[in-house]
Design a protein around this ligand. Sequence first.
Ligand SMILES: Nc1ncnc2c1ncn2[C@@H]1O[C@H](COP(=O)(O)OP(=O)(O)OP(=O)(O)O)[C@@H](O)[C@H]1O
Length: 473
Amino acid sequence: MGKSLAEFHFVSDEFTSSYAEKLTKEIESEKSLTVDPEDLLLSHKLNPEQKHAYDLILKACFSLQGQAFFVDGPGGTGKTFLYRSLLATLRSQNHVAIAVATFGIAASILPGGRTAHSRFKIPLDFSKTKTCQLSKQSSASKLLSESTLILWDEASMYKRETIEAFDELLKDLMDSDLPFGGKVIVFGGDFRQTLPIIEQATKEVLIESTFPVSLLWSQLHKIRLTENMRAMFDPGFSQFLLRVGEGREPVDDQGEITLSPDIVIPYVDKEVSLNRLIESVFPDLNLYTHDPYNLINMCILAPKNSSVDELNEMMIKRFPGNLQTYISSDKTVDQRHQSDYEDFLNSQNPKGLPPHKLLLKKNCPLMLLRNLNPTEGLCNGTRLICRDLGQHTISAEIVFGHHRGKTGQTLDYVGIYLREPVFSHGQLYVALSRARTAAKVRILLVPGTFEGTKVDCKTRNVVFHEIFRLTQE
Ligand SMILES: Nc1ncnc2c1ncn2[C@@H]1O[C@H](COP(=O)(O)OP(=O)(O)OP(=O)(O)O)[C@@H](O)[C@H]1O
């Protein structure tokens, strides 16, 4: 009687102190995140819709009454702008505000952002276990319990079972039956943009996997942002974007929409037209040497990796400087098959890996394909500039993301290469909606060989209308 557990030395003193240290360290590091003074001023710049959302969410945070929100806004309505403002306000007052996103690149845009998978130990393969792998004693659990706000961007791209597992985790941690354990949680997203990625899934399977199908959906307080701040100086373009995103742009009997000839590059032949697309987006590649920070926001987007590879091959030849070639080393599991399969392995181009033959030049832009260190801004989608090319190493500099002051997913000039039409919900809308004005978009539509009668400005726009019906429920 009257003894503490520690006196029985079940666990070595060294272990207990290092665990306690780790716990404190994680919470302290979250509390000591530096707040960008610019972010603190954002609350004064919010538009009336954003301000309403900001006040509502902060009220829930300060009244200690748990509430779950969903901020639903088309691309460019300032969701990220609102999140940055909320995070800055709370963190400057010493509150723990956790920010996560579906993909590394979106996480790197949020100050202190991490991917939801790494922060909440969500298993990558949900078929084996449907629970988050966080123990109640872990530092991440403690952090969640202490948090005033949990902010989850791009929740529209997450499978509902993941969010349901997170709800169970919070209920367990907080010993509460309230939704999300009674925490204040803000989900954000846009169902006009791409939905969860499930390979080979039918439309029905895809829709069934989305958040609005979950029973949790009806328990969320919905906040809608409607004013497109990105395209505010081109209202006609902003309305066109919304019609494309919501599948309201009229289609012909082939199911295709007609784009304005002003934004379409006329198709002559593939090489000539591709060159025109490249020249309209990157008029002078020499400028990368002097001003990579501005040029990194000019991009050509394509729905398939094979089109991107084709463009990269053309672009790197045009880029000034000496070419450096890096060759991958592919090995068969059984060494005896190496000579038979080496050429075949080298010809493969799996997603998430660079090509077998990677061609680079000093000062050329790069995109990282792995979440190497999201907290330092090194994640899948981070854009960098090659600074030095060694024999086995590449020195590169981050030129995009929160770590470089370039926040949000706005592009200064967008090229869209449709060698074949888009194939999935929201793809065309996502690409178009990165631009501020129609004058900063150019699209190359390669005519299909099918019947050979394709009219130049027509293309497919895939929109699953069912998702909008579900979000309204
Ligand atoms: N209240 C505001 N005042 C000034 N600029 C704003 C405001 N809100 C947003 N913006 C600007 O509008 C652009 C789009 O905002 P933001 O990236 O936050 O939108 P988003 O809804 O997160 O877009 P997406 O869903 O496409 O990622 C950014 O350049 C941002 O700085």
